[in-house]
Design a protein around this ligand. Structure first.
Ligand code: HEC
Ligand code: HEC
Length: 483
């Protein structure tokens, strides 16, 4: 483990400590950094600390901030931070303020080292590759929790729905969870922030519900349902009370997260930049906003100009006092690429088949259409073939699925939306997620297969034959890091 990593995790934990305890710790800590990182973590767990209205954290590319519109939140009172289950898990166990409300491998590893793998995130029900794995010694735990430690993945087990249109013929699972009816998938915790911009809750949309008239329920109702399932599932508890659920939903729906400072470009609000969570919190959103397929309730035309956060930086001049000008121009170029790069979209189930078009002349924004947020503004699960058998890495399962009516056989690392609907056409489909606060929560994609934003971009470059130049890649990634 590198020194800079310890520095980062101890600083993050340090920020969470009450001022008096912090002063005492600072005094003793200078010489004993590693011990103190552990002590700081322990104190942070037990303190009566408050989540302030605004809180900034370091990430590998600079800093991001959480803006809590609900005002300071006492974590000793809000059930998001309380032990509601039976295994020590809390929502905050997997959704951490310091990790842009997801949880990142470096900090999971720090928790493992600090507790010898007994921190509540390390529980065999869904933290290990399979509940049958040995977790009796530290070495065994290191192995059983390897996916969590390396990629921050949690096991999601789902039953093949009754009357599914498909049969699972084989489930090659490296951890022993090889059932062909109860299927284990491994997924990244989605961040519990910017939630008011969601059209779809969970990677596979399983917590997004419709009213009896076919319209979608308000996201707050989806989230209430989700909070119950998270408590009974991850925390192995009884259902929380309606009051507790309400407090959880009130808390999580008032948080906004975005990058505020970039190592190369400096303050993301300077010289007309519109970065950071406060600006984000005032952005407009409704289901269908800027939809490309005619689902915008206002009838407005789709615009691929999804982001305008850094438009003022496009022509920024080299001033004597501004060493950031070149980096800012690069970010503006990256934003422009996101908005204008032509992507020949082929073979995407959920798009090409729906439109009966072999090649859609699209953009990043065809699937990331919510203005200045970047998620899909309607529930529209898509198969961009991340789960294709050809991209399987040895740490992931490979499931062989046959469509009963056609006999067509596919191999995927995660069945995705089809485990919710039972439909063959939904195999491998996932939602287009929010693209804000990215730098603070690597790795990317539901299965953590992209360690960096460059890796994510390279996936698209190959998948859609984009042939991006190195400069274009660098600019696009420079932009994504500032979201
Ligand atoms: C053991 C880790 C863990 C715990 C504990 C946990 N979550 Fe999660 N959370 C996840 C994972 C993994 C996902 C994504 C799973 C998927 O989509 O299949 C997720 C997804 C979510 C989402 C969906 C966000 C979106 O963009 O769709 C919300 C909201 C959420 N969790 C809230 C909570 C709440 C509230 C609690 C406490 C009651 C909680 N979580 C406890 C791991 C956890
Ligand atoms: C055809 C639809 C489509 C297009 C085009 C598309 N995306 Fe995506 N994007 C998705 C879907 C679906 C996901 C979620 C995939 C998953 O994890 O299963 C995603 C995920 C991502 C993620 C990971 C986010 C996270 O939280 O892990 C990034 C970053 C991203 N896209 C950036 C881009 C960029 C940049 C472009 C343009 C070069 C682009 N996307 C074009 C559909 C698309």
């Amino acid at each position: 483990m590198s020194n800079s990593f310890w520095k980062l995790s101890s600083i993050n934990a340090f920020r969470k400590i009450r001022p008096a305890a912090r002063r005492r710790l600072a005094f003793t800590c200078s010489a004993l950094l590693i011990f103190c990182a552990v002590a700081a973590l322990a104190i942070a767990e037990g303190s009566n600390e408050v989540i302030p209205r605004s809180q900034e954290f370091s990430d590998p590319d600079g800093r991001f901030a959480n803006y809590n519109q609900g005002g300071p939140t006492d974590i000793s009172k809000n059930p998001f931070f309380q032990d509601l289950g039976t295994n020590g898990r809390r929502c905050v166990t997997c959704h951490q303020a310091s990790d842009a409300w997801s949880v990142v491998p470096a900090h999971i590893q720090a928790r493992f080292e600090a507790t010898h793998g007994t921190d509540p995130i390390f529980r065999p029900n869904d933290g290990s590759g399979c509940p049958t794995q040995d977790v009796s010694t530290e070495a065994a735990r290191r192995e059983a929790y390897s996916l969590l430690l390396n990629k921050g993945l949690i096991r999601i087990e789902q039953q093949v729905p009754p009357h599914a249109e498909f049969t699972v013929l084989n489930n090659d699972n490296p951890y022993g969870c090889a059932s062909t009816t109860a299927i284990s998938a491994y997924r990244r915790p989605l961040p519990t922030t910017n939630l008011l911009f969601l059209s779809t809750v969970m990677w596979d949309g399983r917590e997004t519900f419709k009213n009896s008239d076919g319209t979608f329920m308000p996201v707050a109702e989806d989230l209430a349902h989700q909070a119950v399932d998270a408590t009974t599932g991850h925390a192995q508890g009884a259902a929380p009370s309606p009051e507790q659920v309400q407090q959880i939903v009130n808390f999580e729906t008032q948080i906004f997260t975005a990058q505020t400072h970039d190592d190369a470009a400096g303050d993301l609000n300077a010289r007309g930049g519109q970065g950071g969570p406060r600006q984000l919190s005032s952005r407009q959103f409704f289901i269908g906003i800027n939809d490309p397929l005619g689902l915008n309730p206002t009838g407005a035309q789709f615009s691929p100009q999804i982001f305008d956060i850094y438009s003022n930086w496009a022509g920024i001049s080299d001033r004597d006092d501004d060493e950031h000008a070149a980096a800012r121009r690069a970010i503006a170029r990256g934003q422009n690429l996101f908005n204008t790069l032509k992507i020949p979209i082929t073979g995407v189930a959920g798009l090409n088949d729906v439109l009966h078009t072999d090649t859609i002349n699209g953009f990043c924004g065809t699937c990331h259409d919510s203005p200045n947020v970047g998620d899909h503004s309607v529930p529209a699960p898509l198969n961009i073939e991340l789960v294709d058998g050809s991209l399987r890495t040895p740490d992931l399962p490979i499931v062989t699925v046959m469509c009963n009516s056609t006999g067509v056989i596919t191999q995927v690392t995660d069945i995705g939306r089809a485990m919710v609907t039972g439909k063959c056409s939904d195999i491998g489909k996932f939602k287009g997620p929010i693209l804000r606060g990215l730098a603070g929560r690597a790795p990317y994609f539901h299965n953590g297969s992209a360690a960096t934003l460059m890796d994510a971009l390279n996936f698209y470059d190959t998948r859609f034959n984009l042939h991006l130049s190195q400069q274009d890649r660098n600019d696009l990634v420079a932009f994504l890091k500032t979201l």
